[in-house]
Ligand binder design. Structure first.
Ligand code: SAH
Length: 556
């Protein structure tokens, strides 16, 4: 099972049991109904919608409630899919474990594991499995059934009384209760070699073959097919693609691995490689004696994802950022933001740092990612707006380290404070606007003054980040003086403080009324243009907006 299961509960009475199941699958998240369950990793609004979304995404589902509720919720989507994830109902007191769907996705195995943890027996109803103590059509990880249809007929034959013998190495079958007989006509054949389907045979391929890619040729996939064919190996026996770190950023190689659904690992040390089976133009087939666990070989390509959390509230974080957080092994950022990025799992490493150590943090992030880790660097708002993304690119640009260049670097956008504040207020950024940081830590104050003058003269709406701080007490007052030379005291101003966070406040006022004391470092200041206007909302407060068009010049 590659995807971690989702554990769904309806109320707090199921939480204790859910935690016991979670102990088996540390990556699993508990989903609780909003308003009913506190302190879980995920909250959902609608039980059925959440269940169906998980099912469509192939996430294994463990629901702690009546089986009937689960069945009714999923009934409508069952016909949509050929393959299905495991779905289990577990009694909320842990007294019953009922596998419902996903027989070929390992639901019975999951049910047995959970039942063992809860010290009950799983309600297994699959006849082959009951009789033989194993699901022959769903071999354990590292083994792949060659042909499902043929397999179904084979299991029926055994259920009908046929004896069987085992050819090859199938350690998991030693505990099974199969009708084994030395000269049986039916054979379970375990082999990495491909061979023609044989009606009397259940063919299972162990994933013993690794492909060492010498060169990422354009024809990699067809070359691989030819190599397998020439060697008589089955494509289902492939466990992973391997290459030297120099090929780590090769797009063709990653595309091939994705198409084959195989892990791609990088190896510095040839001694780690399984033995050579055959050599081909740009690749070698390596054949191990037993199934290969790719996670134990070399390292993956490291990943550095620079994300923005949005202003604060979880629902304003983009889903791609949430996913990156969920997949991260290491998180870096200012402590406040790392705390905002939760829920995190205990094994996720937090590297909290001071807000000012940005370059050091960027270099640390690259060093971790270059070692093969999945790293997320956290900013608030958008990472490209007065935040970490530019620091990361500066670090990369200045680096000659080939390992850094090979890191899978991505920047995911977030809702910046100006956008979050503007949306709260209405649409003050509805026409041309600019974003300025009033901090003179990284630029001379003279440049800020010039930009303020020009932006004011151009009648742009302005969003001020870092408007004031203890170390920069006078700058905002000076900025307002400059604005007042060109904008009337009636100019509309919006102050958003801690938007999307606890205690958020939003105010609209005029430039005439604005004083630096009303602003702190957690405030985003929007200065309207000559066109920005406001009107009362029926529920109190005001709407502020800047019309999309200017009044047309009068025709003469
Ligand atoms: N990358 C962030 C900005 C970082 S600069 C973003 O895109 O939003 C820090 C400044 O952003 C603060 O001084 C404040 O002016 C503003 N800010 C950040 N979060 C805010 C919030 N939730 N509410 C109001 N202003 C915020």
């Amino acid at each position: 099972m590659t995807t971690a299961p989702a554990i769904i509960i309806l109320g707090p009475s199921a939480l204790a049991c859910a935690r016991r199941i979670q102990a088996l699958y540390p990556q699993a998240e508990i989903h609780g109904l909003r308003g009913r369950v506190e302190g879980v990793e995920r909250v959902y609004e609608d039980f059925g919608d959440n269940l169906r979304a998980l099912y469509r995404r192939n996430v294994p589902i463990i629901v702690l409630c009546a089986a009937g509720i689960v069945i009714r919720s999923l009934a409508g989507v069952l016909a949509e899919k050929g393959s299905e994830p495991p779905v289990l109902a577990v009694a909320e007191d842990g007294s019953a474990v009922v596998p419902l769907l996903g027989g070929l996705g390992g639901v019975n195995r999951l049910a047995r594991e959970i039942a063992a943890q809860l010290q009950v027996s799983a309600a297994i109803t699959t006849s082959g499995e009951l009789r033989f103590g194993t699901c022959l059509l769903d071999p354990p990880p590292g083994y792949v059934l060659a042909d499902l249809q043929q397999g179904k007929g084979f299991v029926s034959d055994l259920l009908g009384g046929q004896a069987v013998r085992i050819e090859g190495d199938a350690p998991w079958l030693t505990q099974a209760k199969l009708p084994v007989a030395e000269h049986a006509a039916r054979v379970i054949h375990i082999s990495p070699h491909s061979r023609a389907a044989n009606a009397d045979e259940l063919l299972i391929h162990p994933q013993q073959v690794a492909v060492w890619i010498e060169q990422a040729s354009a024809d990699l996939l067809s070359e691989l097919q030819q190599a397998l064919h020439a060697s008589g190996l089955a494509s289902q026996s492939l466990a992973c693609l391997l290459a030297a770190p120099a090929l780590m950023a090769n797009a063709g190689l990653h595309a091939a691995a994705a198409q084959l659904h195989l892990p791609l690992r990088f190896i510095d040390d040839a001694e780690q490689l399984p033995p050579l089976h055959s050599q081909h133009a740009s690749l070698r087939l390596l054949l191990a004696a037993a199934p290969i666990d790719a996670a134990q070989l070399g390292r993956p390509r490291g990943r550095l994802t620079v994300i923005g959390l949005g202003p604060g509230a979880a629902e304003f974080m983009v889903p791609a950022a949430r996913q990156a957080l969920d997949e991260a092994q290491d998180l870096l950022g200012y402590e406040t933001y790392i705390n905002m990025a939760g829920p995190l799992r205990p094994e996720q490493v937090r590297h909290c740092s001071d807000n000012r150590e940005e370059m050091q943090r960027a270099r640390h992030a690259f060093a971790l990612a270059a070692s093969g880790r999945r790293v997320v660097l956290v900013s608030s708002g958008d990472p490209g707006v007065f935040a970490m993304a530019a620091a990361v690119l500066e670090a990369l640009h200045a680096s000659t380290d080939a390992e850094w260049q090979r890191v899978d670097l991505q920047v995911f956008p977030g809702v910046s404070a100006a956008l979050a504040t503007a949306a709260k207020a209405g649409a003050p950024l509805g026409h041309d606007f600019c974003m300025l940081s009033l901090s003179d830590n990284l630029k001379p104050w003279a440049i800020i003054e010039k930009r303020l003058e020009y932006a004011a003269a151009a009648d742009l709406v302005m969003a001020f980040y870092n408007p004031i701080s203890k170390a920069r007490p006078w700058q905002l007052g000076r900025a307002l003086d400059i604005l007042r030379q060109q904008r009337s005291p009636q100019t509309v101003v919006v102050l958003g403080r801690d938007i999307g966070r606890p205690g958020e406040t939003l105010r609209s006022l005029t430039l005439g009324e604005l004083t630096p004391e009303q602003v702190d470092m957690r405030t985003l200041v929007i200065i309207g243009s000559s066109q920005t206007c406001r009107f009362p909302r029926t529920d109190g407060g005001e709407w502020v907006y800047t019309p999309r068009s200017y009044p047309q010049p009068q025709e003469t």
